[in-house]
Design a protein around this ligand. Structure first.
Ligand SMILES: [Zn+2]
Length: 184
């Protein structure tokens, strides 16, 4: 506006904007920039809060979150006997014990198991059928948070799955119809 008034002065024409126009515009610009600053400050506060929240998670919670957020974790199996593997990982991510439908007693889950599954989803897609959910043999390691069942159709493949499990102290058992891994 000031520049346009100046141009008009130079051309000997009447100024297009009155001092009031200029003052009003200046106030508006000032208000808008103050609002933008307030939004920036608010954003910064939210970001710091998020950082603090992330830092407050335990390594096991972070791993469980990573598994849940990975496009490579597939939870397609729904066990007729109750619960889902996803609910187990969600409980871990929230810092709680995983629910065990078969016994009704929630259990801690071995961190090596969570670490192994997190490493698997880094390498490829896995179909996670059972963590602490489902019905297994009496006294099953699933009920103790020490076993996980992966589907044979997991795109990552059983060879890679077993190799990654072994790196984290996991072992496949004798079952051939699915990949049962124990972490003792
Ligand atoms: Zn199993």
């Amino acid at each position: 506006m000031k520049a346009q008034n100046k141009l008009a002065d130079q051309a000997g024409e009447p100024r297009p904007f009155t001092p009031d126009d200029v003052a009003a515009q200046t106030r508006l610009v000032k208000t808008l920039s103050q609002r933008a600053e307030a939004v920036d400050a608010e954003l910064e506060r939210a970001e710091r809060k998020l950082e603090r929240f992330r830092a407050s998670l335990t390594p096991k919670q972070r791993l469980a979150k990573k598994i849940l957020e990975s496009p490579n974790s597939r939870f397609v199996f729904s066990s007729p006997t109750g619960g889902t593997a996803r609910a187990g990982f969600e409980a871990i991510a929230a810092g709680r014990k995983a629910p065990v439908a078969a016994t009704g007693r929630p259990t801690d889950v071995q961190i090596s198991l969570v670490r192994a599954v997190a490493a698997m989803v880094d390498h490829g897609a896995v179909l996670i059928n059972c963590l602490t959910n489902g019905k297994h043999s009496d006294n099953s390691n699933h009920y103790k948070g020490k076993a996980v069942d992966l589907d044979l159709n997991s795109p990552l493949g059983s060879t890679a799955i077993e190799a990654i499990a072994r790196q984290h102290g996991g072992r496949r058992n004798f079952r051939l119809d699915h990949i049962h891994l124990d972490f003792l």
